[in-house]
Design a binder for this molecule. Sequence first.
Ligand code: FES
Length: 158
Amino acid sequence: MTFALTPERDQELEQILKRYPNRMAALIPVLHLAQDQNGWISEEVVEWASRRLDVPPAHVRGVVTFYTLFNQKPVGKHQVWVCRTLPCALRGAGQLLAHCEKKLGIHAGETTADGKITLRTAECLASCGTAPMMQVDKTYHENLTPEAVDALLDELRR
Ligand code: FES
């Protein structure tokens, strides 16, 4: 099945293209736009981006596999990213991740059976002063405790 943006997103794409000196330079924001619609970057999305931006498919795949923010397989409705870099690790990120894994019954990199949550790890999300922290979809949650994480995960599963 071929991929195509909705007419609204296609208009957004045209606006993005105006901000860049050439089509290749717009690849990352265009892939984000496609991922917002599709949930992940499938091979169909790679081929679509290649055609739409006149960029070789291998280049598109290279970008998708380099940046962890691009999903290379289907993900849950919500994505939970636990920061694991040193400042967060020193303030309990490891225990927090283990807590999430136990509560959700999955390991990092997996999605709950109900399809609601994908658990991921992240390198520094630039919020070290409020460690430990995690990003849920596009929102930061900081100074986390196991109780705060429980409340967050319960809310996501409703
Ligand atoms: S180390 Fe976690 S936000 Fe920087």
